[in-house]
Design a protein around this ligand. Structure first.
Ligand SMILES: [Zn+2]
Length: 494
């Protein structure tokens, strides 16, 4: 292939940049300097042609022009954000429709972006939990920079967000905000006292403490919310609820007051109470929203624990009619207080997307989770079946170790024995729930496993393959995420 260096003298001629390894949509000009991303052999480089804009890298002159060839690193991401502000994340969570896609591997955003050029929803391209950072050996900085380079490469100017996902600690929230994340999903699960939900009445009565004003306000009272929906608090359920959630309220209020109230950081807050085993009841949802509002906490979205199961990488498990019935009430509460509902672990939940789009009247946040990794592994099965066999065998051996991190009902004995499958049949494993979940949750060991000499057993080979077939990876992601949005949008005006 010709080199991007041959392209530079032809920059403004009508030639196909792709022939030179230049990403055509990445060509942007500011004050007489043109910047673009090119693939130089296996590696991507950021190139500036013209008066320096401050890129770090190899300085040279081509065809009498000043040229800098830089790496896709943090310093150069900062330059891009300054010169082309559309490459920095923005607050988008208050837009009508937002979708968290995340990019576990740092290579998925180009495919995701293509979807958001077709639909009006705003993407949260960077969305990583601390657990995922830990398991992929990335930093929040890497996650943000990957998004910056991807929007530059794809010329995506609509705006995107960055989510410090499921953060639980003050220092985590602070770190994400200081790096420029534009949304924080505050995971309140460590402050939720679920033991009160199933406690005997007698024991509950003896441990119960509450201030009289709160009792007076709620106990044996009903509240009207939107659309004729009302919630009622009887004595016992009120006491259970106060004991379960009072620390959640204090925690969320304190985080809000510490980091959000004075507007130092340009970011939105999502309250997440979904990481628990029992579904959030309408009165719990109302109580939390009402109390946070009274305390002056402003939040853009709230993620209740919806009924049924939202397991990683597979469709919704549960009673769809019940989900719809409860969603109507949750939505009425959200409408009453003026925020959007947020649906977590939303990848592949095709049974409920139409309902979610319709009942929320198209005002929603949906987080997909790691489905981009599954598509990356599908690509391996399509392109290098023998490598896939190696990975699959290793994943089976690592399965027990990872189930501590994820709630899944995977039964690995139901996964077809790959020695009985032809190379062409391997990709069918991605239609099979147990093998999907197996692959979905074993990314940590797969990416981290090392040989005796300290080199990675799989990681470098994987990234090489993903780089060679990056267009096909984008196609797979585009098709897969588009199916999600198609269902979500089907009846949003209904
Ligand atoms: Zn969640």
């Amino acid at each position: 292939m010709k080199s991007f260096k041959d392209f530079i003298p032809l920059l403004h001629a009508k030639v196909d940049p792709l022939l030179y390894g230049v990403y055509p949509l990445s060509i942007h000009t500011s004050k007489g300097t043109t910047l673009f991303i090119a693939k130089d052999k296996k590696k991507k480089v950021l190139v500036s042609v013209g008066p320096s804009v401050g890129l770090e890298g190899e300085q040279t002159a081509i065809d009498g022009k000043q040229v800098v060839i830089g790496e896709l690193n943090a310093a150069n991401a900062d330059v891009l954000k300054k010169v082309f502000p559309f490459t920095a994340p923005r607050r988008v969570l208050k837009k009508e429709r937002t979708i968290g896609v995340g990019d576990r591997l740092g290579i998925a955003s180009p495919g995701h972006i293509r979807v958001f050029k077709e639909f009006d929803a705003f993407p949260i391209l960077a969305q990583q939990s601390i657990r995922e950072l830990f398991l992929t050996n990335r930093t929040y900085r890497d996650v943000l920079d990957a998004a910056t380079f991807a929007v530059f490469q794809e010329g995506f100017k609509k705006g995107y967000g960055a989510d410090g996902d499921h953060l639980k600690k003050y220092e985590e929230v602070k770190m994400a905000l200081e790096l420029g994340f534009t949304m924080i999903t505050l995971d309140c699960s460590e402050h939720m006292h679920n033991e009160f939900e199933s406690m005997s009445e007698e024991k509950l009565q003896s441990s119960y403490v509450c201030d009289a004003a709160l009792e007076k306000e709620y106990m044996n009272k009903s509240f009207e919310v939107a659309n004729g929906v009302s919630v009622h608090f009887d004595e016992i359920s009120f006491k259970r609820m106060v004991m379960t959630y009072k620390d959640v309220l204090d925690f969320a209020t304190s985080i809000y007051e510490t980091y959000f109230k004075d507007g130092t950081y340009d970011a939105d807050l999502e309250i997440s109470i979904d990481e628990t085993s029992t579904a959030t009841t309408p009165d719990e949802h109302f109580f939390i929203a009402n109390e946070l509002t009274k305390r002056g906490v402003e939040f853009a979205t709230l993620a209740p624990r919806f009924c049924g199961e939202f397991q990683k990488g597979v469709d919704y498990i549960g009673d769809v009619a019940q989900f719809e019935k409860e969603l109507i009430i949750h939505q009425a509460i959200a409408t009453h207080f003026g925020y959007k509902l947020s649906l977590h672990s939303g990848s592949d939940k095709f049974k409920v997307f139409e309902i979610f789009g319709r009942i929320t009247k198209g005002k929603f946040h949906v987080k997909t989770a790691g489905t981009n990794y599954l598509e990356a592994m599908r690509l391996v099965a399509l392109r290098d079946p023998s490598f896939y066999r190696e990975l699959h065998t290793f994943a089976l051996s690592a399965f027990d170790e990872v189930t501590q991190y994820y709630h899944v009902s995977t039964d690995i004995t139901r996964i077809p024995d790959i020695s009985t499958l032809s190379d062409q049949e391997l990709v069918k494993l991605f239609e099979h729930n147990d093998s999907r979940q197996l692959i979905h949750i074993t990314y940590g060991p797969i990416l981290n496993k090392k040989n005796e000499d300290g080199s990675f057993m799989f990681k470098d080979r994987l990234y090489d393959l993903w780089s060679v077939y990056e267009d096909q990876y984008s196609d797979l992601l585009f098709g897969h995420i588009k199916r999600h949005l198609y269902q979500l949008y089907r009846n949003i005006k209904g």
